[in-house]
Write a new protein. Structure first.
Length: 124
């Protein structure tokens, strides 16, 4: 059976979770509130975006556990590097961040590595 959808769910929920967390902590006053542990916990429970990000991470963790139960770790784990690729794209396209050329080159190297691992075809 094909379990790629579980890897895709883990990666996509991780990327969405990271984006929601960034948006949540970028709200006016959020950084000031996160200066202490109590302030950080207060910010977390009061920010719908931060809470959404944490829930998405939880979904990703559950999907990843399902992946580990079905595939070799040495084969599956490198696909999580797609998080770096997708986070960079989201950062540029949705958050308007400037991505230097050297970072794009690093992303290209990651993509080549993922391609090579995918071609190895070893599934547990």
């Amino acid at each position: 059976m094909d379990y790629w959808w579980l890897i895709a769910l883990s990666i996509s929920s991780g990327v969405a979770g990271q984006t929601a967390l960034k948006l949540g902590v970028s709200q006016p006053g959020a950084a000031r509130g996160a200066a202490t542990m109590v302030g950080l916990l207060t910010m977390i429970v009061q920010s719908p975006l931060v809470l959404t990000g944490l829930v998405l991470y939880g979904i990703g963790a559950l999907a990843w556990i399902a992946v580990l139960a079905r595939m070799d770790l040495s084969y599956a784990y490198p696909f999580l590097a797609l998080n770096f690729v997708l986070i960079t794209l989201v950062s540029r396209l949705a958050l308007g961040e400037t991505i230097p050329t050297a970072r794009w080159m690093g992303i290209a190297v990651i993509c080549v590595g993922i391609f090579l691992i995918a071609r190895s075809g070893k599934v547990g």
